[in-house]
Design a protein. Structure first.
Length: 177
């Protein structure tokens, strides 16, 4: 008889433990996130490309979504053949590491991140890759390639053009529902 009570108590204890570890509501089981529209990704890319043109440079611009997938890719007519892949890698790196590529390059140079990081497949730690954020979430990255590096490692012309792309869509991202 004692054995039956022990098993019943053990069973009730296990049932209560399992119940407490199981989400009570569907919201706890699922996660909702923001996603950049292809229209805004294109607007950012065109604004970045036009900004670099005004500065006298032909570039490639890539915009990736939060998963690192290419949403928009543009290459100006005189941009070098390497700029296509470089822009993608800059956008992917910023998004993946949740840092601008300029900041990552500086951290690498200062020894604040391991040198192995630069050998991560797809990573490119040079200026020109920025995060795209909305309502406190990282929703992608933008990368520009083709302009000269600038006066210093921290003074990236590619980065300035990428920033122009972000500025062009910032209001739409802030007021999006």
């Amino acid at each position: 008889m004692l054995q039956i009570k022990f098993n019943a108590c053990t069973g009730l204890f296990l049932l209560a433990t399992i119940s407490m570890s199981t989400p009570a509501r569907a919201e706890e089981a699922l996660h909702t996130f923001l996603s950049l529209s292809v229209e805004q990704a294109s607007n950012a890319a065109w604004a970045a490309l036009h900004d670099c043109r005004k500065r006298g440079y032909s570039v490639a611009v890539a915009v990736v979504d939060r998963g690192g997938n290419v949403q928009t890719l543009l290459r100006d007519r005189y941009a070098g053949p390497h700029t296509f892949e470089t822009a993608i890698r800059k956008a992917w790196t910023a998004n993946s590491f949740r840092q601008t590529t300029n900041d990552l390059a500086g951290m690498l140079q200062e020894g604040r991140i391991p040198h192995q990081v630069q050998h991560n497949p797809g990573a490119l730690l040079v200026g020109g890759g920025l995060l795209i954020e909305a309502k406190g979430q990282i929703i992608g990255g933008i990368g520009v390639s083709g302009a000269p590096p600038g006066k210093s490692e921290r003074d990236s012309i590619d980065g300035a053009c990428a920033q122009a792309g972000l500025t062009a869509i910032q209001a739409a991202l802030e007021f999006a529902e």
